[in-house]
Design a protein. Structure first.
Length: 253
């Protein structure tokens, strides 16, 4: 897919196949929607205006800030995890109220602005990635360590907002016939919606649940029990796949 026109007109199934296994499939769908909008509404040019960028599918505050600063030299600092870490340490932000996203957006004004906004934004991101690392920060190489409150206090521990993972339980059924396996189109779960998966059923607080698989998907802790079954009749939303021909199918990892 060498250019924006090819992306905009690419067959959706082909596009998803290219993206296969990367997860977050809404991203590639939004990429295509955005390509189509840029062609139709912006004369094939990515807009440089922050609000116009934010109006595009899949682009929020962070991505709009990053594009504005890095591509268009606008005086903005994208707030990624690296920049957050520099801020938390430099200002010694420890309390949960202090590390809320809204407060960090306000506090990043301390970085000021530069006429070389593109370089400056990337420099601060790199400062977090290469110098102010999550563990064992290289303070002797840091250009702002003199006024860094964490450096002065010799306390580099980071406070994170606690996210609650939801425990969910599923029964996954495996049907086999002539060395082929039954998959169904997922039209009942929000995750991997419209993708082909093994037949799955959510169980609500089951007793004595012994899972065969434990997977983390976003903030969901998936506990999955696998059950092997005799052959059943397939429906209009299901089909049989040959494991030797996986390249012919588009399947989530």
């Amino acid at each position: 897919i060498p250019d924006i026109e090819t992306l905009a007109s690419c067959d959706n199934r082909k596009l998803i196949k290219f993206w296969e296994g990367l997860g977050y499939y809404s991203r590639v769908r939004n990429l295509q929607k955005t390509a189509q909008i840029i062609i139709n509404d912006f004369n094939k040019k990515i807009p440089s205006n922050f609000l116009e960028l934010k109006s595009l599918p899949g682009i929020g505050d962070y991505t709009a800030s990053a594009i504005s600063a890095i591509a268009f030299n606008k005086p903005l600092i994208p707030l990624d995890g690296n920049v957050e870490r520099v801020l938390k340490r430099y200002l010694y932000l420890k309390k949960e109220k202090q590390i809320q996203k809204e407060n960090l957006i306000e506090k990043k004004k301390i970085f000021g602005i530069s006429f070389r906004s593109s370089d400056y934004a990337q420099a601060i991101m790199e400062l977090g990635a290469l110098i102010c690392k999550p563990s064992n920060p290289l303070c002797d190489k840091c250009p702002i360590s003199r006024n860094c409150r964490s450096f002065i206090k010799k306390n580099f521990t980071l406070t994170k907002i606690k996210k609650k993972n939801k425990n969910k339980y599923f029964l996954l059924k495996v049907f086999k016939k002539n060395n082929k396996y039954l998959l169904v189109k997922n039209d009942k779960f929000n995750f991997l919606r419209n993708f082909n998966i093994f037949p799955m059923y959510e169980l609500i607080d089951p007793k004595n649940f012994n899972q065969n698989l434990n997977l983390k998907m976003s903030n969901m802790n998936m506990n999955i029990k696998i059950e092997y079954n005799n052959v059943i009749k397939s429906s209009s939303l299901s089909y049989w796949i040959d494991p030797k021909k996986l390249r012919n199918y588009t399947l989530p990892s």
